[in-house]
Design a protein. Structure first.
Length: 69
């Protein structure tokens, strides 16, 4: 999924859905880090992608919180 599509998809989600997506992304990042530490991870660029997705999710959550004020 392209970045713009991913962000638009995030903006259409509710806060609860965003929080769940954040938890899922953090679990995936933990799993990827564990695989990397045990030399089982083949695509190491996925770690960078997941980290950026976490930041995008957090940004959308913050934007929604600011808009609610």
């Amino acid at each position: 999924m392209k970045t713009n599509e991913f962000v638009k998809d995030l903006q259409n989600k509710s806060t609860d859905e965003l929080n769940q997506a954040l938890v899922d992304a953090k679990k995936e990042l933990f799993s990827l880090r564990f695989q990397n530490a045990t030399n089982q991870l083949e695509n190491t660029s996925r770690i960078k992608e997941v980290r950026r997705n976490i930041a995008r999710i957090q940004t959308v959550i913050t934007m929604k919180a600011e808009a609610a004020k």
